[in-house]
Design a protein around this ligand. Structure first.
Ligand code: MRU
Length: 354
């Protein structure tokens, strides 16, 4: 199985099969989720990760919950679905796509009030299938807009050396990717000289997942330890940075994988354009600035262990914030499916949501 034929998720009509991202690229194995409780665990334990992939998985979770229900009272059905939505929503706090997807599924349920239970079940499945397809389409549009953003900020520079952090690729979405979608589009246009892949401690999404996707696509890349980014930039090994986002506040402040803030500060220092690539569903207009974005604190053992092997003894205290946010002042542009958002972010984001 190669990355090009590995799908992040496969809906088989009854259950959702998720490629186990904790084991990639060494082991390619699917986890079958046939209950909403399994969907909750798969998101929480990071079998599936990446904001858009979490969102689509959550939508399937609601569809699966509907099929788990075997009573005939509409009231009980709606209560059961609400319980499932609340449970799935408690899996991870930072990626807003999770809540966006659950809101959309809840609206589908509300809109079908009074319809027979079997109709609602079928509609919830088709809504989740639709969201999966839409996500791939949106990512391709982000990729196309990314080419424009790179031309605007890099004066049509022909061959590009791009640094990325974490994995915002096909694996983090239903397919194609956001930040990696932009890189894919540039590669299709023959414009990638090299991709510098941050390994992304502690979970190694860069070294394991992004590198694997690039390897399979035959896009030139090399992996660096996270603390090497400054050196690479100082040696002109990076023309631009593009990363994904988990939640973008109304003023453009963007939460992404821990370490992104540091990369943005370095990019600023070396006068390197820094782009966020994300769908509109990642923008949370109800949150005014990055300070209000909830940051997930994950289990300390993710720091103490490397791929299941203890490297730091239990008695040593650790901290494991999983995300940070980059202030809008460090961001050159936010690439979405609709347009490339530039400064002033607050006004331009507001315009998009009018
Ligand atoms: O903890 P993760 O692996 O879910 O974090 C993922 C990221 O931070 C991604 O960069 C972000 O979700 C964008 S994915 C298109």
């Amino acid at each position: 199985m190669s990355a090009s034929n590995v799908r992040t998720m496969i809906w088989d009509g009854k259950a959702l099969k998720l490629i186990d991202q904790r084991k990639l690229p060494v082991i390619k194995e699917y986890v079958t989720c046939d209950s909403y409780e399994k969907i909750y665990s798969a998101i929480k334990d990071m079998v599936v990760r990446g904001a858009p992939a979490i969102g689509v998985t959550a939508a399937y979770g609601v569809a699966i919950a509907a099929n788990q229900f075997n009573g005939n009272s509409e009231r009980d059905f709606v209560d059961f679905l609400e319980k499932a939505i609340v449970k799935i929503g408690s899996s991870r706090p930072t990626a807003v796509n999770l809540f966006w997807a659950l809101r959309r599924m809840r609206k589908t349920i509300t809109d079908l009030k009074g319809r027979n239970i079997e109709d609602v079940k079928a509609k919830l499945v088709s809504e989740a299938v639709k969201m999966e397809a839409e996500d791939i389409k949106i990512n391709k549009m982000i990729g196309k807009n990314g080419i424009q953003a790179f031309s605007d900020f890099l004066n049509d520079k022909e061959k590009l050396k791009i640094l990325t952090h974490c994995n915002a690729g096909a694996l983090a979405t239903a397919g194609y990717g956001t930040a990696l979608g932009v890189i894919r589009s540039l590669a299709e246009a023959g414009r990638i000289e090299n991709v510098v892949v941050d390994e992304t401690r502690p979970y190694l999404q860069g070294a394991r997942l992004t590198a694997w996707e690039l390897h399979e696509e035959k896009i030139p890349y090399f992996i660096i330890a996270d603390n090497m980014a400054a050196y690479m930039m100082s040696k002109n090994e990076v023309d631009a940075v593009v990363v994904g986002a988990d939640r973008i506040a109304a003023n453009g402040d963007s939460a992404n994988k821990i370490g992104t803030l540091g990369v943005s500060i370095l990019a600023m220092h070396f006068k390197i354009p820094f782009f966020i690539a994300a769908p509109l569903s990642t923008i949370d207009i109800n949150i005014s600035s990055g300070d209000d974005i909830p940051i997930e604190e994950r289990d300390g053992n993710e720091i103490r262990e490397l791929m299941g092997k203890k490297i730091i003894p239990e008695y040593m205290p650790v901290k494991n914030p999983s995300f940070d946010y980059t202030p809008n002042s460090n961001i050159s542009a936010i690439i979405t499916e609709k347009s490339v958002i530039k400064n002033p972010f607050k006004n331009n984001i507001k315009e998009l949501f009018k």
